[in-house]
Design a protein around this ligand. Structure first.
Ligand SMILES: [Zn+2]
Length: 291
């Protein structure tokens, strides 16, 4: 490995670890919120086992590693910690590393060249990256919360929409300073909102909240804004439904009157579409510019 490659690998590992820590934080935050609403009690500053109140030591709190070493069980009472913890740590780790691979590494490697071509565009691209990482954190908490308790906290929905709008603003500004068709981009984002949030809103209204909760279409709105593209939004809609059907169908068939929690699938679809549809073209464009 040459110097550049090993630096890239180190950056990716670092981002994965940051993501895993964020996933762990997202899960803890979800629990804290719930505990406060349900029992009107504070969980305190230190993490505890929810079954036996055992206060976790620092070595019980290392993302992924602790979960694997403990076999997903509490050190003291051996009751299960839960799958959401490990899934959100792995998922966030992967999402951070992929976002870094698509945005950060191409920019770092070609910093001087890109800076001389269009400095404003580079800063706006970095702005999008920061926005995406922030929205991933908020969506991580929302996904865990929805999976566990079937609700989406309103305050987090508002934050995710503000972040989605900020990402779109950076993207539109970048198109403007690079002389791309930013008005066309705005139309595309608008159609994306109609497709993703509009359809979710209609399902929510028509099914009387059975297939889609009131928070789902607001989360879909944040995702459509963050994607800023009608074609990507259509894919997100398709993937969220596909994942939801594949994973939830066995449960829906076996239990009557079950309500489908769509939030986690929307978030999963966002990450997949963001990586496959949005980040890959960015990588190719930058390689093309640089060589
Ligand atoms: Zn315990």
């Amino acid at each position: 490995m040459d110097m550049d490659t090993s630096m890239n690998v180190i950056t990716l590992i670092f981002l994965f670890m940051m993501g895993a820590a964020t996933g762990s934080f997202a899960c803890c935050q979800a629990w804290r919120w719930r505990y406060k609403i349900e029992k009107n009690k504070d969980l305190g500053k230190r993490s505890i086992c929810l079954h036996c109140k055992y206060q976790l030591k620092w070595y019980d709190n290392i993302p992924i590693i602790s979960w694997v070493l403990l076999g997903g069980k509490c050190r003291k009472c051996r009751k299960p910690i839960g799958a959401a913890e490990i899934l959100s740590e792995l998922g966030m780790g992967a999402a951070f590393a992929l976002a870094g691979w698509a945005y950060l590494i191409p920019i770092i490697n070609n910093w001087d060249i890109l800076l001389s071509i269009n400095a404003a565009a580079i800063y706006l691209k970095l702005g999008q990256m920061v926005g995406v990482l922030a929205i991933l954190v908020v969506m991580g908490i929302l996904a865990v919360y929805d999976a566990k308790w079937g609700e989406l906290p309103v305050s987090l929905l508002i934050v995710s929409n503000v972040l989605g709008a900020a990402i779109l603003a950076c993207k539109e500004l970048e198109m403007y300073v690079t002389g791309e068709d930013w008005i066309g981009g705005l139309y595309s984002a608008g159609f994306g909102v109609l497709i993703l949030a509009g359809v979710c809103f209609m399902i929510y209204k028509v099914s009387h909240e059975r297939l889609m909760g009131g928070g789902d279409w607001i989360l879909a709105l944040a995702i459509a804004l963050a994607l800023g593209d009608w074609w990507l939004s259509l894919w997100a809609m398709f993937l969220a439904n596909l994942l939801g059907d594949l994973i939830m169908l066995p449960t829906v068939i076996s239990t009557k009157n079950s309500v489908l929690h769509f939030g986690p699938f929307l978030v999963m679809a966002y990450i997949m579409v963001f990586v496959l549809g949005n980040a890959l073209p960015v990588l190719i464009t930058i390689d093309f510019l640089a060589f």
